[in-house]
Every structure is written in C-alpha cells, then in structure tokens.
Design a protein around this ligand. Sequence first.
Ligand code: HAM
Length: 419
Amino acid sequence: MPVILSVRGMRDLLPEDTAHWQAVETTAAACFARYGYAEIRTPMVERTALFCRQLGEHTDVVQKEMYSFIDAGGEELSLRPEATVPTVRALVENGLRRGGLERVWYGGPMFRRERPQKGRYRQFWQLGAEAVGVADPVIDAEQIIMLAQLWNDMGVQDKLCLVVNNLGTADERAHHREKLRTHFRHHESQLDDAARARIDGNPLRILDSKNKSVQEVVNTAPLLANELGTASQQHVASVKNMITGAGIDFVEDTTLVRGLDYYNLTVFEWVLKDDSRRQSTLCGGGRYDGLSEQIGGPALPGCGFALGLDRLAALVDKASHPAPTCYLVTTGGSDSYCTTVAEQLRKNGLSVWRHVGGGNLARQLKKADAMNTALAVIVGTDEESAGEVTLKRLCDGEQQQVLTSRVAETAAMMMIQTG
Ligand code: HAM
C-alpha cells in the first residue's frame, strides 16, 4: 500500500518546531499586550461572500487561491485566506466594547492555494493585530513602533527593512485608476494580452508586469502620488514623523500597493534585507478605513498588520529544546509504584519521562543521558519494598536513596546543588 502523504503546501510541525514556534508566539503576545492588544479568535471558516468584495474581486487571493466549498446545507463557505476581514466582521457583529477603539491581536492558520515553495505554503500561520474604531495616525505609527520593538525582542531587527507608501483615499485611487486606464488605452498596441485584459478590471496590476514593452508604458504612467489631496498627505506625513522620532528607518516606495484591495492611506511592509530569499516579505499591513462599511457595519476606521509566522520562525534563532528534568527507570519496580512516584514528582512541578521498552539499567541510564536529563529516578524491587527510590544526578553520578514522600524535595535540592 502506498503511504498516504500530507496535502501539497501543507506541512507538519514536529515537536522541536512547535516548541520554537511557541516561544516566538509567546514573545509576540507579550509585546502586543504591552501596547494594549488583547487576543481575539475567529472561526477558520467564513461565508465566501465575506471575502470576495473586501479582498478584491480582481486579486489573486479571490480569483484563484481561496479554498471554497458548498457545505451540506448549501452554504458557500471558505477557509479564511487572511484574518483582517473576519476580525472586523467579529467586531461589528459583537459590537466594540473598549471605548470605541478595539485593539486586538490574533494568531493561527490561513489558507491560500498558492504555488508552494520555501516560505510559501497553502496552509501558513499568521500573527496579526488590528486597531479598529479610530482614524488617528497615532495608531498607524504605534503599530509600526510595536513591530520594531517585536523585531528587537526576537533579535531579528538587523535583518529587516521597513517600506512605506501612501495609498490615499478610495476617491483618489479611483481618479488615479481612470487616468491609468486612459494612459494604457492610449498605448494599447505596446501592451501584451495579459495587460490588455487588465485595463478595465484592475489597471494597477499592469504596474508589476515583467514584460519589457509593457514596462516602458508603465514607466510613463501617471503616479498616484500626484492625485493625493492635503488630508491624505498630512496623515502619512504625520505617521512618518512619529516613526522617525522613534528612531525607525524606512524607505518610501510608491510601487508598494499590497495584494489586497481594502487599504487606504498608510501601507507598509517589513522585508528581508537579504532578498536572495525568495519570499522576502515578512510582514505587511496598513489602514483600511472603509472595510467595516463594505461588510455592512458602521463607519469604523481601522489599521493593522499580519506577519508570516512560518517566515519569522525561520528567521529567529532556535533555542535549545528543553529536556525533561527526571527520567524514570526501573529494575523490577511495579507499574503502579512507578506511576505513584512519577505523579508525586509532577505534582511538584518537575517534568518526568518514564522509560518504556525495557532493557537493563545501563541501557536505560544511557537513554536518560542522551535526553540531557538532570536526574535518573531508579525504581527497583528493593526500593519499592522500602517505599523509597534512588535519585541519581547524571552529571556527576551523585546518588541518594530517599522515601517517596521526600522524592520531589530531594530532587529539587540535588538540582540546585549543581546549579
Ligand atoms: P498579506 O500581505 O497577504 O496581508 O500577508 C501577511 C504576511 O503573511 C506576509 O507578509 C507573509 O509573511 C505571510 N504570508 C502570506 N501568504 C503566505 C504563504 N502562502 N505562505 C507563507 N506565508 C505567507 C494580510 O494577510 C493582511 N490581512 C495583513 C493586514 C492585517 N492588513 C491589515 N491588517
């Protein structure tokens, strides 16, 4: 029988990976909490309609990457490809609770049917944060500063660089799109079929065409920056002032548009300086002031970001895997006696791995050594009949025979003695 393997683009996290990821998640959660963000958990499945318009009918995510299905009740559902729209839905549905500004963070798997490669998966994990209810640029700046702090906490600050752009308002972008359409129609003969097909739908996507002759037309295309009004310019200028004041370097890039349609004003990405890695964007986000109304909610401006946990975990140095404190070996002790001893130790906060699979004492102790355990807990028939166990410190061979009632206390003492 051939082995049934995992689904392409979806991978297992083995225990060492999980321990490493949990350490990264814990650091991030602590950082977010310092800025007043509380965790929200939304379902992994949502109505397909929730995503289509909000992410953009012409985006790759909606056009070809969603895992959508009709469930037995006839509802059109999708695995979430991202969590900003679900989070805003949840806040609208449940009402804002925290004085009109809700700061929330989330973590969990997202699903996009992309072409898998290193750093790009079909099930990938994001950690993200959203601040919903306030249009003040202080929020945008605070999130960027929080991320800079997070990179410091993770020790990856030197590997990343911040890119910022201003996407203006929906009206300013609509003006710009019209001007782009006029420009591309005027030069239609120089465009390839793919670009021509995008003029009506989403002319912005022509901007990242790799075709040389299309690029020439793109080079002379009207810029969004020239369509931005004073209010838009002031908003992003004030964000830039605040992050500069916090000592954060950034570059401005007018080609940064992000892959989803709900953004306006501030958008930003943290990218790897070493761009030899193919998937170089670690984190992306920005403001989405019209999103709540698009899903039928009240006018609730918002700003947020998400980082790829698969990519962040690969960037952060792995701490060594914690070893269990005690390894329980037996030379004839009964199962129930061994269980009592192990539980006694665990109740006192020590971690215990029980040897399974037999073998003589030397073989079992070798295993304990290989696990990097501090103490071997030896249970033989003599120990059992005396209501005792032998504790053996593996680094220097020091050993003591103690009553089970004193095993936890003695084990702790023996560990302190070696530091
Ligand atoms: P996004 O740029 O689509 O934004 O994704 C954010 C991050 O998720 C990316 O920078 C990347 O690190 C990671 N990511 C995306 N796709 C994959 C993949 N296939 N495999 C591995 N990692 C991936 C959003 O999702 C927005 N919701 C961010 C946001 C929050 N904007 C405002 N609030």
